[in-house]
Design a protein around this ligand. Sequence first.
Ligand code: ADE
Length: 233
Amino acid sequence: MRIDIITGFPGILEAPLNESIIKIGRKKKIVEINLYDLRDYTDDRHRTIDDYPYGGGPGMVLKVEPIVRALRDIFNEMPREEARILLPSPRGRTFNHKAAVSLSLDNHLIFLCGHYKGIDQRIHEFFEVNEISIGDYVLSSGEIAALAIVDSVVRLLPGVIKDIESAWSDSFSEDLLDAPYYTRPEDYEGKSVPKILLSGNHADISKWRQEMREKDTRERRPDLYENYQKSIK
Ligand code: ADE
């Protein structure tokens, strides 16, 4: 998979894209991630990437020209038909695990990171752009939302996580939350690990984990639990 991120603030992305699971995916060449600094696509002395909104009001809007230039640069190298362009925005459709699975099957994702008031709407007249929200709250930076989406997609790519079963039992697969986990020590200040996890009986442990998944989902996320019940009927 190739992921291109067009950003006015590459510094927000650099460290997280070079740590942990994403770093492993890049090292193993399962995913290639490129950053495109919007300021490299400006043509004025101040390298201006944003401007005041027409009609007034607070905040700044990312200018359309540098973004179009950056996208054209990418499409000089890569076929446009195979790319999915994503614009993190609170106005988008809400992202979830199923959307992550679906994106993980793509070959080429391009993120356009907006700031504060977003991007000049005319971007939609040049390219097919999918707006995508990571929840009903507002971030000051599209980069943070893009990182959340990239992380959730990259960890699903075959070969990135060693134990693929670990990803299958994740929260939200099968519309259930994951079970709780424990590690050593067996007893900490009088609080001990559930005995069943020490039994070595894998069938019993699986059954316990499944029961915990169902119980916690029912209590914490009745909306998910309803979907789960429908799916097993
Ligand atoms: N940019 C600002 N807020 C956002 C959100 N909730 N989701 C995606 N992108 C955003």
